[in-house]
Design a protein around this ligand. Sequence first.
Ligand code: DGJ
Length: 391
Amino acid sequence: MKQYLKLIVLTLFAGSFAAEHAYASIASGEIWRDDRGVHINAHGGGILRHKNTYYWFGEHKIEGKAGNRAHVGVHVYSSKNLQDWSDCGIALNVSNDPKSEITKGCILERPKVVFNEKTRKFVMWFHLEHKDAKPQPYSTARSAVAVADEVTGPYTFLHSLRGTPENWPINFPEEMRNQFDVKDDYYHGSASWEEKAETHQRGLAVNTCFHEGQMSRDQTVFVDDDGTAYHIAASEHNATLHIRELNESYTGYTGKYIRIFPGRYHEAPAVFKREGKYYLISSGCTGWAPNAARSAVADDIMGEWTELGNPCVGINPGNNMGPEKTFGAQSTFVLPVTGKKDAYIAMFDIWSPGNAIDGRYVWLPIEFADEGFYVPWKSAWSISSFEDMEN
Ligand code: DGJ
């Protein structure tokens, strides 16, 4: 009885909160409340549009430094207008079983969900570090897949994987293959960043991980117009991005993959397509601390990719950070807005590693120019500022 009363009170409160607090704008960097009045807890997230509704999936963080690890799972919210979000609960729960790969206390980052038209399944990819990863907390460097029949879940953990063992990247020249016999502890030793970058350009990790499979850390998934999906992940000790074609069910790889920007240390990849061209927003590699955003363009997702530079413009008055620190944030996803003309939202996270649950979101509309695109700072803007698509 008590439980029912609690539910009724919560529902009434949530209803009145939602009615009184409809958002007139996207207020980047601020507390962003859901229909229950609670700051949205979906970090490193991505959005899937399904049946006229947007679903925002992201890392559920808890308070304190402990929140940098997964104690709950992946949270999902829904919205019709991209400004007002309803809490749909936990889409993927971490496990209480200490033997599970996604046991409580593992690191589960940057979840992205796509829908597979053929299997009618929702497929979630995320970056996984086992709870007991050794020698470093980020040594697992695997991707993991969970599937569901309903968009909000529950998602069931399927497997974790490395980028196709025993396969060379298609753009990795013959003469660079089978070249190295260097132990992995090289990376935790005294080599400078420049030395490491140079060695990565020559494909050291591709060789050392050839049998076990290529690493994956920061990641995203992109589904092309023809239904082919791609996994884009920071590999080779974060030195090089890999773009890997997914199989028909989107739950594994075909084995076809490329490496891009070897030794450039891109993290936080977000890929989108506009007028036949593929674009990438990413970051440099400085842990939780912000750095300068990067961007790139390609005519074919499998390359050649060309770097374009930092797309950010302006200053975030909330922290006085500009392009050199990506407004204090780091990219996570780019959302094309359905029904709106040339409307793409660049989504970023302002991390709060000391109190992870307090991480904030920065959402900005992308502006296009002949030579590429820009992401100008806007303190408050509305989705209605996008022009409607002509029918
Ligand atoms: C930067 C990544 O983009 C985040 O997802 C997270 O892995 C942190 N590094 C951890 O330091």
